[in-house]
Design a protein around this ligand. Structure first.
Ligand code: PGA
Length: 243
């Protein structure tokens, strides 16, 4: 796995944007999976700026949203849907038909998973999957203990995820389950970028890179990928490689 360490969050985000833009320029019908959360926020802002400034055409790109909270409506600012639309899809005017997001309010969640898996297959697989890393080492909502053989699935969220997740919501919110694209999709993606910034991620980055690869630490599974890069700032890298 490639490791790229950047001076700060800004330079890390610029590099991620360059890679996404380059992909779309060389493959205008690229298939891209995006995460929500704090880490990708600046990437999204800079991507939209670059797309507008350089007139990069995103109209043929197919987008997938990595995960969603179950029971949280899309109008809620803490939802993945809200994040994706406000930060990327609305500003880039992406057509509805090109967007695949989980509906966390759906009655039939197995069907949501099936639809997502079929849509990824129909798109020809994911060209570029951008993911963050949770404080517990999760990727998307692939929580510790999740099999790397799963495609999309519904999961009981880890306590760390439900408590850290409060930061996305204006008021205290009951979080219990999530729906997520699986690690099997990640392993089958043509390119994976794991991004992390800030000192709070230093410990989990060290574990992800130095501990034995295990489904108890889902981020470590990314090390098995044939074309993945860890892109982190100096703070997130500050414990990794040191003893
Ligand atoms: P964050 O979330 O980007 O808000 O830190 C990362 C994650 O939980 O995957």
């Amino acid at each position: 796995m490639q490791t790229c360490i950047f001076k700060d969050y800004q330079s890390l985000s610029i590099k991620v944007v360059q890679e996404i833009a380059q992909l779309v320029i060389t493959k205008p019908d690229a298939v891209i999976c995006l995460p929500s959360g704090e880490t990708p926020r600046l990437t999204c802002t800079l991507l939209v700026e670059k797309a507008h400034a350089e007139k990069i055409d995103f109209s043929r790109v197919t987008f997938f949203g990595l995960d969603e909270w179950i029971g949280i409506p899309p109008q809620n600012e803490g939802s993945g849907n809200y994040f994706f639309y406000s930060n990327v899809f609305a500003p880039l005017k992406i057509a509805r038909a090109k967007i695949h997001l989980f509906d966390g309010m759906a009655d039939d969640l197995s069907n949501e998973c099936r639809k997502m898996d079929l849509a990824i297959a129909a798109a020809g697989g994911i060209d570029l999957m951008l993911v963050g890393i949770g404080m517990n080492g999760h990727i998307g909502f692939n929580e510790p203990g999740t099999s790397p053989n799963y495609y999309s699935h519904v999961i009981d969220l880890d306590k760390i995820t439900t408590s850290v997740g409060q930061k996305y919501f204006k008021q205290a919110t009951v979080l219990g389950k999530g729906i997520t694209i699986g690690l099997k999709h990640l392993l089958e993606s043509k390119r994976v970028l794991v991004i992390a910034n800030g000192i709070k991620k230093a410990n989990i980055i060290k574990k992800m890179m130095e501990e034995e690869i295990s489904e108890m630490l889902p981020a470590s599974i990314v090390r098995k990928h044939f074309n993945a890069a860890l892109m982190i700032d100096e703070e997130a890298a500050s414990l990794y490689g040191k003893y």
